[in-house]
Ligand binder design. Sequence first.
Ligand code: GUN
Length: 300
Amino acid sequence: MTAKLLDGKRIAAEIREEVAQDVKATAVSTGQPFRPCLVAVLVGEDPASKVYVRNKQRACEKAGIEGRTHRLPAESTQKDLMDLVAQLNEDPSVNGILVQLPLPKNGNAGAGFNERAVLDAIDPLKDVDCFSPVNVGLLMQGRPRFLPCTPHGIIQLLHRENISVAGKNVVVVGRSDIVGKPMAMMLAQRDGSCGRDVANATVTIAHSRTDDLAGVCRTADCLIAAVGVPEMVKGNMIKPGAVVIDVGINRVGDRLVGDVAFDEASEVASAITPVPGGVGPLTIAMLLHNTVMAAKLQSE
Ligand code: GUN
């Protein structure tokens, strides 16, 4: 079998266009100027984070959203960062706040940042990443305010490709707060609560301590790899005909590779996301969607 390529880049462009149309239509329907504003906070000089933040800012501008970036040096203190978040929370011209992760480990006089405290401090109405405990709690209860961007992007991809997971076995490899945990929850929810009919799956969360990881992965009708280990999922860990979603973006030498060994996997799967050009662009598209939602919520 040669798998169908799931073109995240194309679907992300479609969603970004829908967001841009929504921004324009909102201005027309309210008779007021409508220009949502997203502020990214970038601490330190991590090259990958700089690229991500620049891409997010550019995508904002194309959709009619103001994208600002606040840069803090890696040597900033926890208090510097907390003060900035407090200031952005109070600023009525700011609709969405995104603190780019990971925060530098070596800054802050060697002590490191308390990442959780920073994310907890973001106003839940401006929490476009859906990382704050209130928003995560609402999501877990099936009444989300925001949907976290990467899992929501995957839901959109499955929906727009007419891939149903209802009643199917989905294995999510990885248990991160950003992807694995919310992804599993969203796919297991009843129809509708996460905005789309991609739901009702039978979900297994697998991870580095799972016994017989390969065997568990082979039970998956849909396998979602979000572990951050280059090409960890091999072809022989995939059930023939499965749908494979690769969330990983790993730099190996001068190549970007996913968490799935793409060439082997595409011989076995029925459909697969490429890296790059799969899940990554969808994450940005859903961030724009959340920023517009945040601006609307704040104007209510
Ligand atoms: N670092 C990697 N992915 C993300 C994300 O979705 N949001 C933020 N804030 N940082 C990240």
